[in-house]
Design a protein around this ligand. Structure first.
Ligand code: SF4
Length: 214
C-alpha cells in the first residue's frame, strides 16, 4: 500500500464507524482484563455468554478469588481451555491484590508480568481500557495488514511495529478495532468480500474477489 493511500484508507474506515468498540462486553478495566484472558482461542460471543453470568456475581479480584477454582470453573466451563484460564485468572487476581491494590496496572511491564497475559493481551487492555495507541495484532489484523500491503510482516510483532510506524497518529487509538472489524466482517480469511469493500481502491490485493453471482 502506498504511503499516500494510508490516510484515506483509515479515513474511510473511520467514516463508516466513527467510534469502534471491542465486541467483548465489560464495564471496568478488570472486567476487560478478565474477558481478554478468557478470549484466547475462543469467540467474543462465547466469552460474553459466560461473563454475563459471571460478572454480576464476581467482577473484582477479591470476588473472583472468593469463588475459588471450582466455583470459577462453573461459570467459564463453556470456554475452551477453561481450566488453565481459571488458574491464570485466580493467580492474576492474587497479584492484583498483593501488588496493585486490586487495580489493573497501566504499564506494559506490569501487565505482562501477570499470568496468562502476553504482549497481545497487554496491548488490548492498554488500548481499550486506557486509550493508549497500542496495536494488538490478532489473526484478523495480521491477515489484513499483510493482504492489503498496509503493514506486511512475517510475525505479529513485525506487523505491530510496522503498523505503529505507518498508521497516522490521529488514527492510532482506533486503528486496532477498525482492522479487526474489517477482517472479521469484510476481509474474511478464506474469501475476502472485495466486491463490497469500502477500502478496495487502496488495497494491494490484486485478484479482487468478484460478487458471488458474477
Ligand atoms: S479489497 Fe478485498 S483483500 Fe483488499 S481489504 Fe478489501 S476485502 Fe480485503
Amino acid at each position: 500500500m502506498r504511503v499516500q493511500d494510508i490516510e484515506p484508507f483509515f479515513a474511510t474506515l473511520q467514516a463508516a464507524n466513527p467510534e469502534p468498540r471491542t465486541e467483548l462486553e465489560y464495564s471496568t478495566p478488570f472486567e476487560l482484563l478478565t474477558a481478554v484472558l478468557l478470549s484466547a482461542q475462543a469467540t467474543d460471543a462465547g466469552v460474553n455468554k459466560a461473563t454475563r453470568r459471571l460478572f454480576p456475581v464476581a467482577n473484582t479480584p477479591q470476588q473472583i478469588l472468593e469463588l475459588g477454582y471450582d466455583g470459577l470453573c462453573e461459570y467459564i466451563k463453556t470456554i475452551g481451555l477453561y481450566r488453565s484460564k481459571a488458574k491464570h485468572l485466580l493467580e492474576t487476581c492474587r497479584i492484583l491484590i498483593e501488588r496493585h491494590g486490586g487495580e489493573v496496572p497501566r504499564t506494559r511491564e506490569e501487565l505482562e508480568a501477570l499470568p496468562g497475559v502476553g504482549r497481545k493481551t497487554a496491548n488490548v487492555v492498554l488500548n481499550v481500557a486506557f486509550s493508549e495507541p497500542t496495536m494488538a495484532v490478532d489473526t484478523h489484523i495480521f491477515r489484513v495488514s499483510n493482504r492489503t500491503g498496509l503493514a506486511p510482516g512475517k510475525t505479529p510483532l513485525q506487523v505491530e511495529l510496522k503498523l505503529l510506524r505507518r498508521v497516522p497518529p490521529q488514527y492510532l487509538v482506533h486503528a486496532h478495532h477498525w482492522l479487526i472489524l474489517h477482517g472479521r466482517y469484510v476481509c474474511l480469511a478464506r474469501k475476502p468480500q472485495c466486491w463490497k469493500c469500502q477500502v478496495a481502491r487502496y488495497c494491494d490485493f490484486k485478484p479482487k474477489t468478484p460478487p458471488p453471482d458474477a
